[in-house]
Design a protein around this ligand. Sequence first.
Ligand code: PBG
Length: 343
Amino acid sequence: MQQRVEAAAPAVTERIDNATGRLRMRRLRQNDWTRRLVRETCIGADDLIWPIFVREGGGEPQPVSSMPGVMRYSVEGCADAARRAADLGIPVIALFPYTDATKRDAFGTEGLNPDNLVCRATRAIKAAVPEIGILCDVALDPYTSHGHDGVMIGERIDNDATIERLCQQALVQAEAGCDIVGPSDMMDGRVAAIRYALDEAGLRDTMIMSYAAKYASAFYGPFRDAVGSTLKGDKRTYQMDYGNSDEAIREAAQDIAEGADMIMVKPGMPYLDIVSRLSREFGVPTFAYQTSGEYAMIMAAAQNGWIDGDRAMMESLAAFKRAGAAGVLSYFSPRVAESLRRG
Ligand code: PBG
């Protein structure tokens, strides 16, 4: 295959002058093996966190219409999903509840119930698949009648009244066996308050992955459908403005100072610049959340035959690693892990 070009050796000075001209970037792209040899980053099963939805009742998993391929599982079904994830080498599963409307109220009380769906699913997974990590979201929105992440007083989300409840929510989740709590509410000071509450209760090993830079985004649409959100309006008084980047640095610095073990950026793909900045600035394990909207876009285009879904999936996940992410929360996780297994 190697082609030899016969040429008279030029004078040494000319060789030096021409050095850059002789650099051919394509040499290293010739073969599959050269490409593999020089590849800087790649995604592996170890980098994946799989978010799943849990619902009341038994029976088969039920599909979420706006997220083709994504299911809502019974508590028992969550344990089966966790078994599948562990067998594929996925280290962590993240739980989100679809709470019955009758259990939602203005204060998100059900979120503090030690027997709520998330706590029951956590116990079921820990009993059946003890080797997998469990991440639980800390925010009141799956439990509030208005769909906001915090307690509303009049038209305002009250920061400090919300934090008190978030601490109790984190406690019931940790006591059920959750390994990582993920405050996704964007209240100020919640990481310190949760760390303090966990330590006081003797739960010193429970980790905190804070949603440090979470933007008010249109990409959460299908998720709100999956958890049956009743939200009207938006979350712009607590989630970040998408025009801002320096603010993400301040948010992350604050969460790290308050005791976050890991930080997260959300959404993912439209915010790779933020992932890159935070991971380089702090050197703290930084995760990206490939949101429901990002998932739905890739799936919809693939189903229309407009893109190759498998390739777009792998490319989108590799991009997070290239940007500096330690790992990715993705609804594609089991499919990615299966694809990596096949090679
Ligand atoms: C709740 C929460 C949301 C997501 C994760 N946790 C929605 C929101 O903030 O409205 C979004 C996940 C996704 O879109 O995949 N605080």
